[in-house]
Design a protein around this ligand. Structure first.
Ligand SMILES: Cc1cc2nc3c(=O)[nH]c(=O)nc-3n(C[C@H](O)[C@H](O)[C@H](O)COP(=O)(O)OP(=O)(O)OC[C@H]3O[C@@H](n4cnc5c(N)ncnc54)[C@H](O)[C@@H]3O)c2cc1C
Length: 458
């Protein structure tokens, strides 16, 4: 361990080698600090995960897309020699609602004018309401407590009058947050939209968060960061206990314990809640961690010799209410070979799906792909699934959300350091909260906090 003498002492210990933790470690290392990163899994990247699809190519089972205004993660990737390419988006999308499959172009499906009007009005209302919520301090928004006492479902029932518009908003929320609208604090959702710039930015492909992908897969960013950090990154070392005393901190992980001046905890709040802290973090922080719950999102990928749907003039994108898969995308590598169809299963449906036997899970998802894209979808060469709610060191995905009533009361504790412990992670970001962009920004912010607190600026 070259920059951690004896392997047990560091200036800063970073808990978690996802994007947030690795970015914090990189920045602290650049400021000539000794850093030790302790990661529970036997790999880096956390909620980003590449999966092999043969021939040295990969598809992604976790976070993957980037879009306009996600500047920090894209410039980081560029620095690391990782380029982006556009998500395949030529042709028509599919909408399968109430048993009827329609083809359409762009984000707005072909629906009856009154339904389109309803969707348009709900989106405008959401944009307006989110504009009044500052993502850096949503608890200061006008009527913050009132907004926090409502769920997104309550809002949708009022804002959208048609069944189809409500159904589409429910499906979009499931894919974006991994939960149903009834589980989400309205204030949190408005803050989330505000941090992204607009609801459209969250759901759009062209001009939105699904616009581009990373060549070689998003996990490469973390892998390259970890390579540069070398032996400072220790894998398979879940942190169990963090004790603070006047002289610093002691961190106990499986197989290693170490001392440091500062700790950056870069794990999602429900994972941080499983670490034992001495002295306790205090009621506010603890209540916060008890009230942020992860969504449940499962990604299913079917790999075919070629992306045959492209020949049929289809983008590979579909929205369907004939469940368990609710949305699909073309997730093929940049050269379109092999063809990869990706499906999302969200919320309680993801939990139910995980209980099925493996063969049954595959059959059900492929049936769905076949109904949408025809018989060639029935027999992929490879079928992959990652159920994030079943992952011990994520406990869900894509993001943790506040249940109603908690953000206004305890939100302030989300980023505020607790003594010498600093908090990072996508959930703590004020720009693109919950996204890779947010994770990167949160790592940068936590590193700056540590450098300022210790007067370690070069
Ligand atoms: C299915 C899915 C789809 C997504 N899609 C997108 C997308 O398209 N675009 C986008 O921008 N974002 C997307 N996201 C979100 C994005 O992946 C995350 O916001 C981002 O990767 C979070 O990074 P992080 O470093 O904050 O947390 P994580 O990646 O969760 O990293 C935390 C790390 O801490 C480790 N850990 C946990 N507990 C401990 C412990 N006690 N001790 C030591 N280590 C511990 C974990 O193993 C993990 O490696 C998606 C996520 C999922 C799951």
């Amino acid at each position: 361990m070259p920059n951690v003498p004896g392997g047990r002492e560091a200036d800063v210990i970073v808990v978690g080698a996802g994007l947030a933790g690795l970015v914090a470690a990189r920045q602290l290392t650049a400021a000539r600090r000794n850093v030790l990163v302790l990661e529970a899994r036997d790999r880096v990247g956390g909620r980003t995960a590449n999966a092999s699809i043969g021939g040295g190519k990969v598809t992604e089972m976790g976070g993957q897309w980037v879009g306009p205004t996600q500047d920090r993660v894209v410039s980081l990737a560029t620095e690391l020699g990782i380029e982006t390419f556009p998500t395949y988006y030529e042709g028509r999308n599919l909408l399968d609602l109430g048993g009827k499959v329609r083809r359409y172009k762009g984000t707005i499906p072909r629906l009856a004018p009154h339904v389109l009007f309803d969707i348009g009005r709900a989106r405008r209302k959401l944009r307006k309401a989110a504009g009044r919520v500052p993502a850096e301090a949503p608890w200061t928004a006008p009527k913050a407590e009132e907004l926090d006492s409502k769920t997104l479902a309550t809002w949708v029932r009022k804002a959208a009058r048609t069944k189809k518009a409500r159904r589409l908003l429910e499906i979009a929320t499931g894919t974006v947050m991994g939960t149903g609208t009834s589980e989400l604090s309205l204030l949190w959702m408005l803050s989330y939209v505000s941090a992204a710039g607009s609801f459209d930015a969250l759901i759009d492909t062209e001009g939105g968060a699904q616009q581009d992908r990373f060549v070689g897969g998003s996990q490469r960013i973390s892998q390259r960061l970890a390579e540069a950090l070398g032996e400072s990154v220790v894998l398979s070392a879940p942190v169990r206990r963090i004790s603070q005393d006047g002289g610093g901190l002691e961190v106990e992980a499986d197989g290693i314990s170490a001392r440091a001046q500062r700790v950056v905890v870069a794990v999602p709040p429900p994972l941080a809640a499983r670490i034992s802290f001495a002295p306790s973090l205090g009621g506010r922080r603890d209540q916060l961690m008890q009230r942020m719950a992860n969504g449940a999102l499962t990604k299913c990928a079917a790999v075919y010799p070629e992306p045959f749907w492209r020949e049929d003039g289809l983008t590979g994108q579909a929205v369907t209410d004939d469940g368990p898969v609710t949305t699909t995308f073309d997730n093929s590598p940049p050269d379109g070979s092999p063809g990869v169809l990706l499906g999302f299963i969200a919320g309680p449906e993801a939990i139910r799906h995980a209980r099925r036997a493996e063969a049954e899970r595959r059959r059900i998802v492929l049936e769905s792909f076949t109904r949408l894209f025809g018989p060639r979808a029935a027999k992929p060469g490879i079928y992959l699934e990652t159920a994030w709610a079943e992952e011990e060191w994520s406990r869900g995905g894509p993001v943790c959300s506040f249940s109603p009533g908690a953000l206004a009361q305890y939100g302030e504790a989300l980023r505020r350091p607790t003594g010498r412990v600093h908090w990072a992670g996508a959930e703590t970001a004020t720009v693109w909260t919950g996204y890779m962009e947010g994770a990167v920004r949160s790592g940068e912010r936590a590193a700056e906090e540590v450098l300022d607190a210790e007067g370690w600026r070069l």
